[in-house]
Design a protein around this ligand. Structure first.
Ligand SMILES: C[S@@+](CC[C@H](N)C(=O)[O-])C[C@H]1O[C@@H](n2cnc3c(N)ncnc32)[C@H](O)[C@@H]1O
Length: 175
């Protein structure tokens, strides 16, 4: 298994928490990644692809890197979440989390305040994620729009309002 990230800090953290000798961690920029042809059964990405500008090029490489029938599974911040009207969560006067959406159809880099100020994320519509898969020869197997549930909010009262919109988009496709 190859584990890729552009951040040495994240790779160091991953090495600390896993000890399987079958895993090889490597620093790589997903903007320019080149994968060996037919080398992988599964490509999996967790919450990284909404930082990538050249997603078409990356999907092309993922298809090239997979064996026929190989699977591509990824999660991203939901498109509603990457098109905020303001740079971060705010709270309504009643204390509920508010996330007004702005210029949903306008794709491209958006600046948000998340852990640090001015973090750039690439906003794409839901249709663009689906069409990028289709254009690169993938068959979509499953799409989920994860949202906090009423039970989640009951367990974490400060999440009130987060159950009104999906936070994550999860997609499973195959070559
Ligand atoms: C929200 S973190 C997710 C980390 C990890 N995948 C997880 O699920 O816990 C986003 C990750 O995307 C990585 N990332 C952002 N842009 C990247 C790029 N162009 N190439 C490779 N990794 C990138 C960041 O370094 C960061 O580790």
């Amino acid at each position: 298994m190859h584990g890729l990230d552009v951040s040495e800090n994240m790779l160091a953290r991953a090495r600390e928490t896993t000890a399987d000798p079958a895993i090889r961690y490597e620093r790589a920029d997903l903007e320019t990644l080149v994968l060996a042809e037919g080398a992988f059964d599964l490509v999996y990405s967790s919450l990284a692809l909404h930082y990538v500008e050249n997603l078409h090029g990356l999907f092309e490489q993922v298809r090239r890197g997979l064996v026929p029938g190989g699977r591509f599974v990824f999660s991203v911040e939901h498109p509603i979440y990457t098109a905020p009207a303001r740079p971060g969560w705010t709270r309504d006067p009643d204390g509920r989390l508010a996330w007004p959406v702005n210029r949903y159809a306008e794709e491209g880099a958006r600046s948000t305040d998340w852990l640090a100020k001015g973090v750039l994320k690439q906003h794409r519509t839901l249709a663009s994620y689906v069409n990028l898969l289709i254009e690169n020869g993938f068959t979509l197997a499953r799409l989920e729009e994860w949202s906090a549930s009423a039970d989640d909010v009951a367990a974490h009262p400060d999440w009130a309002g987060a159950d009104e919109r999906p936070s994550f988009l999860l997609m499973a496709a195959h070559r």
